[in-house]
Design a protein around this ligand. Structure first.
Ligand SMILES: C[S@@+](CC[C@H](N)C(=O)[O-])C[C@H]1O[C@@H](n2cnc3c(N)ncnc32)[C@H](O)[C@@H]1O
Length: 224
């Protein structure tokens, strides 16, 4: 079996804020793993379940739904149990989705799960695809009709109740063509040029000189 795992971002709650990529993955997959906070594995309080069911209605398809107990206590053992349910589901079905609210990049458990999956089954980890989505704060900005950043403003996203020292990821946008990137500092940089466009290039470091305006840098928080 050529198993494939998709980590699918669901957006902030409205099925219309799902991406076409997410819908296509739901159409293609054999089963969908949905997290729930209910210990009895029911979906009574699961926002994710409601979005997934609305999406399947839109697509007019039915898919097996697998409940993944996710108590959200930020405990390693819980993530191990969740990863095991996902891997067991991949033992039964070839293409499996796991869903997460908003966008997977923002405070989602999926990267904890992927670290565990990498240790348990490297092939599945390497074959995994993360589907981007609309963040809660992009949607909030649209609802309020207020920009998150304009001109020379910057955007800060903070955990309200941090458990330890707060680290920082920086997204650096709107470079000047020809600029030297020394001034951007050092760290765990990635450079993204013309993403999803012709000549798209992703470099897992900081390029020295900017060639295109459609370039963004991410200096990821240092993680052990
Ligand atoms: C674990 S984080 C997940 C964030 C999510 N991945 C995102 O991209 O927005 C959960 C927090 O996101 C915010 N959030 C997510 N969906 C929201 C919504 N529909 N309305 C308001 N806040 C929301 C709240 O601050 C909530 O405590």
């Amino acid at each position: 079996m050529n198993q494939k795992l998709y980590m699918v971002s669901l957006g902030p709650g409205d099925v219309e804020l799902l991406t076409l990529k997410a819908l296509n993955v739901f159409k293609e997959c054999d089963a969908i793993c949905v997290p729930t906070k209910s210990q009895d594995n029911s979906f009574e309080k699961s926002i994710s379940y409601n979005i997934v069911m609305s999406a399947l209605d839109v697509l007019e398809v039915k898919k097996p739904i697998v409940s993944v107990y996710s108590p959200m206590h930020f405990k390693y053992e819980d993530w191990v149990n969740e990863a095991e349910v996902i891997l067991e589901t991949l033992g039964q079905y070839e293409k499996v989705c796991f869903v997460t609210l908003g966008d997977a990049a923002i405070y989602s458990s999926i990267y904890y799960l992927l670290d565990i999956i990498k240790d348990k089954n490297e092939m599945i980890y390497k074959n995994c695809e993360v589907i981007a989505g609309v963040t809660s704060f992009s949607a909030a900005s649209a609802v309020a009709q207020k920009a998150l950043c304009l001109g020379d403003e910057e955007l800060i996203i903070k955990p309200i109740n941090p458990r330890s020292a707060v680290k920082r990821t920086e997204v650096l946008m709107r470079p000047k063509i020809g600029m030297d990137t020394k001034s951007l500092g050092e760290g765990d940089f990635y450079t993204f040029e013309n993403m999803y466009l012709k000549d798209a290039k992703i470099t897992p470091s900081k390029i020295e000189k900017v060639k295109k305006y459609m370039t963004l840098f991410i200096n990821f928080a240092s993680r052990d």
